[in-house]
Design a binder for this molecule. Sequence first.
Ligand code: SF4
Ligand code: SF4
Length: 258
Amino acid sequence: MDNRKLKIGIYELTGCAGDALMILNCEKELLDIFQAVDIQSFLMAKSDNIDGELDVALVEGSVTTEKEIEELKNIRQRARIVVALGLCATVGGIQARFQNPDEWQEHFKKIYGQTEMELKGIVSQPIDAYIKVDFYLPGCPISKEQFLHFFTRIVKGAPPESYPQPVCVTCKYKENDCLLKKGLLCLGPLTGDGCGAVCPSHNLPCVGCWGPVKGGNWTSEFYLLKDKGFDVESIRKKMANYSGTKISEFFKQLDRRD
Ligand code: SF4
Ligand code: SF4
């Protein structure tokens, strides 16, 4: 790698902007971050933004308008590496809950009525529905430590850490009493562990905010929770909250079976 500073762009599509805010929340490290790289674009932090060639684009938020598809494709064309930042960009976010277009329309109308919108709204999708994504940093929002690890590695030319294990693995290392066994609706078996099992370590069930772990057995957890007496609707709601589009196939299969 040459010695020039990496050109970085940080972009926000549809979401709560919590991930961008989390970067700004690195107060002690912020000056070092801005000195270590050339931040070309970061709407939340600076006004002199440039839309040029980039080494790394960090994209927060899901795609919910046609205009955002164009913006996203433009970012991809300009960036060597694209990173999905946070759960909305990674899986579509909580706003990806209604994937069926009719159901989506119905909820859209409930909120906006017949208002004429300048931007054409579409069903929420993660950014990899439209472009190739090189790396994923899940979390709702991402954590400060995770961002600093990622940033340090990317500046040194190393790929970011991945989170291949479910929350349960860390929970076991910490010798926590299993909340699922105690009869609570814990989503640890289905959730990627980047948080260090922080909730179950404080006796709170995992609600899945780091997003679905690769290879999670949705069917098994669904029927386990059903056997434990949870009603189907509350299981579905909990499972759908932070899993976005990544498990929509599971729900379709479930509907076909029911
Ligand atoms: S408490 Fe939750 S995260 Fe911990 S082992 Fe049990 S199911 Fe897994
Ligand atoms: S909800 Fe689950 S993934 Fe999110 S912080 Fe708590 S334990 Fe971690």
